[in-house]
Design a protein around this ligand. Sequence first.
Ligand code: NCD
Length: 309
Amino acid sequence: MKRHLLEAADLDRADATLVLDTAGQIESALAGREVKKLPTLRGRTVVNLFYEDSTRTRISFELAAKRLSADVINFSAKGSSVSKGESLKDTALTLEAMGSDAIVIRHQASGAPHRLARWVKGSVVNAGDGTHEHPTQALLDAYTIRQRLGRLDGVRVAIVGDVLHSRVARSNVWLLTTLGAEVTLVAPPTLLPVGVGSWPVAVSYDLDAVLPKVDVVMMLRVQAERMNASFFPSAREYSRRYGLDGRRMAVLPDDAIVMHPGPMNRGMEIAAEVADSARSTIVDQVGNGVSVRMAVLYLLLGGAPEGTT
Ligand code: NCD
């Protein structure tokens, strides 16, 4: 593994498989234990630097670092000197001066983790940058697919909805295709990025035509906070064409699964009856996120610092 995890596009098949296998080993190592903790990162400090709101990802990284016995600092831009105008660079150098070994960053600007990686000596993990990438989400999604279906090679995955604003979609496109899956993006033309023609995916505007032919349906949240214009006529119209409801779920092949990275707009891109059904992996995804992030921190920080055991 490299020193940083900045984007899924950087991971080759061997690296990605190593993360998934390590997550599996960590999960089995902790399975029977009363105390769900490993001593691996004792004495190391992980900073969660969050400039954008988050529930799952921030808590998941915090838990992952704590389960590896690292010291964890949670920094959110709100309430810090960022509100006094301190730059990302000065903030990062301050954190590093205090001894951080890894910085997990979520930022509204695409590319912020890459810049950070040039300024600090420790490892940088991208926890979501603008509309660009969210590599650990794709890793936990791949882990969940492999856990449910037993493989990734040849698995047919539809990624549905607001692809334009979704870093989850971008990371999944790179990671899942690297791991041998066949990806189809399904969205209204207004919610597909310019240049999608050069991505290694198929594209469709017709959800009903795609559903009977997939093993995985990954629903994306409609990211209203990133929309400064009208991308579809109305919420009702969007749901009617691109929402996954019980009727649509019924045409999926028998073993197909339904995923969503959360947070969900229930009733918009996904109906409650689908989100809560036996096909849904939404809760598993959250649980797997902790093991996968433990694996990433473990592999990047390489276990105990020199001179200790
Ligand atoms: C996603 C994100 O923040 O990119 N959520 C997550 O990390 N689980 C997806 C989203 O916000 O829709």
